[in-house]
Write a protein that binds this ligand. Structure first.
Ligand SMILES: NC(=O)c1ccc[n+]([C@@H]2O[C@H](COP(=O)([O-])OP(=O)(O)OC[C@H]3O[C@@H](n4cnc5c(N)ncnc54)[C@H](OP(=O)(O)O)[C@@H]3O)[C@@H](O)[C@H]2O)c1
Length: 385
C-alpha cells in the first residue's frame, strides 16, 4: 500500500488523481493533501478519505477554523506550510499537481525528505531542472512525469537503446486560437481563450496552450527527464490530440503512444511507477469512429513563445525562472482583463531582455528572483495602461 500526499487536490489534475485513488484503494492510501483557495473542497475529500491526517490551505484564519472542526487532522497554512507538510508527513510519494512556481519548493522538499515525486507541476523542471536532477542523483529518489506527452515518450523509449534514438517528437494541438493568424489575435476574449479544443484543464495551462508556452515548457521538461538536447526535441502539430507523442529512431521507424484525451491515463501510469495497470476508469478510444489523424509543421513565427523555452535550455541557470515568472504574471493579467492576449510574449521578451543569467543558482536565489521578476512584470503591465 503506497502512502500518498496530493498537492493541488482542488485542481484539474488533483481531482482526476483523487478519482484514481478512490478506484484503487488496495494500492493507494491518501495521508495528506493541499488545496489553495478552494477550501470548500476540503470536507468532501476528508469524507472520501478518512485516512487523511494532514491538510494544507493558503488562508491561516480559515485553517484555524478547520482545525477546530476536525481535531483529528493537523492543518498547515501560510507561505511555509506546504513545505512543512511535505517534509514532516510520513509518505512514499508526493503527487505535485500545483500550478506555477509555488510547486518548486515542495518538489525539492519531497526529494530531500526521501519521497518519490509524481510530477504534473512542469514549472518545477522549467525553473529548477538542474537542481532537481542533482537531487535525484544524490537522494536516489524517483520522479515520474504526469504530463501526457512525457508519459507517451517514456512508453516509447522504454527498452530502447539510446544510440538508436533520432529525436523526440512532442505533439501539440495549437490551443484555443490555432485557426487564427497572429494579426487576428488582437482583441480575443478570455472566454474564448479558455476553450481548449480537446483537453479540459486549469486556466493557466489552457492559456499556456494557446500561446504554446506550454509546449516550450514541455521541451524543457523532456530535456530534464530524458536527457536529450533541445535540437533533438521537435514539435509536431496534431489536431485530434490522439497521438500523445512519438519517438523517431535512426532506422527510420517511429513509435507513438495513442489514447483518449483523459489525464487519468498518464496519472495512473505515474502512480504505478511507470507500469501499466488495468484500472480502466476512463473511456476507451474508439479508433473505428476516428475518420483521420492530421499533422502539420510547427510555425515558429505564429508561436514565438517556444523560442524563449529553447533559450532557457541554451542559457540554463536562472533563465527558466525569469521566463516562468514573467509568463505567470502576464497570463494572470490576461485572465484578469489587464493585458491583451497578444501582448503576453512581448511582456516576457521585455523582462528577459533586462536580466542577466545567474549560472548555478541556489534554491533561495531562485525563490528571491521569482519574487523580483513578478514585481517587475506587474509594474511593467501597469505602466502600459
Ligand atoms: N490539467 C491538465 O490536464 C494538465 C495536463 C498536463 C500538465 N498539467 C500541469 O499540472 C499542473 C496543475 O495543472 P491544473 O490544470 O490541475 O491546474 P489547476 O486546475 O489550476 O489546479 C492548480 C492547483 O494548485 C493550487 N494552487 C494554486 N496556487 C497555489 C498556491 N499559491 N498555494 C497553494 N496551492 C495553490 C490550486 O488550489 P485552488 O484551486 O484551491 O486555489 C489547485 O489545487 C500545472 O503545472 C500544469 O501545467 C496539467
Amino acid at each position: 500500500m503506497k502512502r500518498l500526499i496530493l498537492l493541488g487536490a482542488s485542481g484539474s489534475i488533483g481531482q482526476s488523481t483523487l478519482t484514481i485513488i478512490e478506484n484503487s484503494r488496495n494500492d493507494f492510501v491518501l495521508v495528506g493533501f493541499s488545496v489553495g483557495k478552494q477550501s470548500n473542497k476540503i470536507p468532501v475529500i476528508i469524507n472520501n478519505h478518512p485516512s487523511v491526517k494532514h491538510i494544507y490551505l493558503i488562508d491561516e484564519v480559515e485553517a484555524k477554523k478547520f482545525a477546530k472542526k476536525y481535531p483529528q487532522i493537523t492543518f498547515y497554512s501560510g507561505e511555509t506550510g506546504l513545505e512543512t507538510l511535505v517534509r514532516t508527513v510520513d509518505a512514499d510519494t508526493v503527487i505535485n499537481a500545483l500550478v506555477g512556481f509555488v510547486g518548486l519548493v515542495p518538489t525539492v522538499a519531497a526529494l530531500e525528505s526521501k519521497k518519490d515525486v509524481a510530477l504534473a507541476n512542469k514549472e518545477s523542471l522549467v525553473v529548477g531542472g538542474e537542481l532537481i536532477n542533482e537531487l535525484l542523483k544524490t537522494t536516489g529518489q524517483k520522479l515520474y512525469p504526469i504530463d501526457s506527452e512525457h508519459v507517451a515518450l517514456a512508453k516509447c523509449l522504454a527498452g530502447q537503446k539510446r544510440e538508436n534514438v533520432k529525436r523526440l517528437v512532442l505533439t501539440a494541438s495549437g490551443g484555443s486560437f490555432r485557426h487564427l493568424t497572429r494579426e487576428q489575435l488582437a482583441g480575443v476574449s478570455v472566454k474564448d481563450a479558455l476553450k481548449h479544443p480537446s483537453w479540459s484543464m486549469g486556466a493557466k495551462i489552457t492559456i499556456d496552450s494557446a500561446t504554446m508556452m506550454n509546449k516550450g515548457f514541455e521541451i524543457i521538461e523532456a530535456h530534464y527527464l530524458f536527457n536529450y538536447p533541445s535540437e533533438q526535441i521537435d514539435i509536431l502539430m496534431h489536431d485530434q490530440s490522439v497521438v500523445h507523442s512519438l519517438v523517431e529512431f535512426k532506422d527510420g521507424s517511429f513509435l507513438a503512444d495513442l489514447g483518449p484525451a483523459d489525464m487519468k491515463v498518464p496519472i495512473a501510469y505515474a502512480l504505478y511507477e511507470g507500469k501499466r495497470e488495468q484500472s480502466l476508469i476512463h473511456e476507451s478510444l474508439d479508433l473505428n469512429t476516428l475518420s483521420s489523424l492530421t499533422f502539420h509543421p510547427f510555425d515558429a513565427d505564429r508561436y514565438p513563445a517556444v523560442a524563449f523555452a529553447r533559450d532557457a535550455l541554451k542559457y540554463k541557470g536562472s533563465y527558466g525562472t525569469i521566463l516562468n515568472a514573467a509568463n505567470e504574471v502576464a497570463v494572470y493579467a490576461f485572465l484578469d482583463g489587464r493585458l491583451p492576449f497578444n501582448q503576453i510574449e512581448k511582456i516576457i521578451g521585455q523582462i528577459i531582455g533586462k536580466h542577466g543569467i545567474i549560472e548555478k543558482p541556489t534554491l533561495d536565489e531562485l525563490v528571491a528572483l521569482d519574487k523580483e521578476i513578478r514585481h517587475e512584470t506587474t509594474l511593467l503591465i501597469e505602466s502600459l495602461k
